[in-house]
Ligand binder design. Structure first.
Ligand code: GLN
Length: 304
């Protein structure tokens, strides 16, 4: 498979889509990002990497942090995690409060904001300071030492974080937040603010493609079965209320973030990342979906 040629072709194909969609505008730090940017990168289990576009430009990982935080918690706790958070698709926007009351403060899944806040609360209980452990995890899994929080983004999230605060306090009223809510929110906002490039993100996902064992750090991050579980939840919940559309068009476990990044995994083969900041109405990268659709359609590589 000539991945490089294919990626270069996809980069040409998506050009007409520039101008569609909108960059995230709930905080000024993200609203000012130039939407006319695109990158795609593939990291294979046999150690090759192919990229095109601005693959070394760092962007805000936002909800992509949820997949790594979940891995840290699931890897340590195992199935007892599922008493605190569900694993069913929500069919609702990522920041929705609507299902929490009917479900007694147990969020539908770890990839909507409510679920990620519970996972972050658990991570703080398990690790002390989850945001630092997450940053360290990403440094090891990308093989890069200079990763950092974007403090402008983290503070801006805090200032505009009323909905996340509402979610966390609401869950606390059901006893589903153990640590002080302000600490959990601080950890969550900082986790979302980490910046990675597309090339780094593709490498960071390799343990998910390799049944939990990272070829980068050499660490068994998840058991084989847990890696399957995380991939399954990415497929069903990783792109929120567009998870059906992504399964239909892309056919891979995917996780998105409102910074415009999407991670996609082909178990047993490769991890890929795509980035373009303009989002569709569900908060997923519009061009990212177009690019991933083309990749799996042309290669025939998908989990189906
Ligand atoms: N920081 C964002 C929020 O909490 C993350 C959302 C996302 O990427 N979908 O609203």
């Amino acid at each position: 498979m000539d991945y490089q040629t294919l990626l270069d072709e996809i980069a040409q194909d998506i050009v007409p889509y520039f101008g569609l969609g909108k960059v995230a505008n709930y905080i000024p730090a993200l609203a000012k990002i130039n939407p006319q940017q695109f990158a795609i990168s593939i990291a294979t289990l046999d150690g090759q990497q192919y990229s095109t576009g601005q693959a070394d430009t760092r962007f805000s990982i936002q909800s992509l942090s949820k997949v790594f935080m979940l891995s840290l918690v699931l890897g340590r706790l195992g199935d007892s995690l599922w008493t605190r958070v569900g694993k069913e698709p929500s069919g609702n926007p990522f920041n929705s409060l609507i299902q929490l009351e009917n479900e007694n403060g147990i969020p539908r899944n770890p990839f909507i904001n409510a679920g990620a806040l519970v996972v972050t609360d658990l991570a703080n209980s398990l690790y002390g300071e989850a945001k630092a452990v997450l940053l360290d995890f990403l440094r090891q899994e990308t093989g890069t030492t200079d990763l950092a929080f974007d403090l402008e983004v983290a503070h801006s999230e805090q200032q505009h974080g009323d909905r996340n605060a509402a979610l966390a306090h609401f869950m606390k009223s059901y006893g589903n937040m153990v640590n002080p809510v302000d600490h959990t929110l601080d950890s969550y906002f900082h986790s979302c603010s980490i910046t990675l490039s597309c090339a780094e993100l593709a490498r960071a996902g390799l343990y998910l493609a390799n049944h939990g064992l990272s070829p980068i750090s050499g660490q068994q991050r998840l058991s084989r079965s847990q890696a399957k579980q995380v991939n399954a939840i990415m497929l069903t919940c990783g792109t929120y209320d567009a998870a059906g559309e992504f399964a239909y068009r892309v056919g891979l476990p995917c996780k998105s973030g409102v910074g415009g990044g999407i991670l996609a995994v082909i178990p047993g083969k490769l991890s890929m990342a795509v980035w373009s900041p303009a989002l569709d109405s569900q908060g997923n990268s519009l061009i990212g979906l177009e690019a991933l659709d083309r990749f799996t359609t042309r290669t025939g590589l998908s989990i189906f």
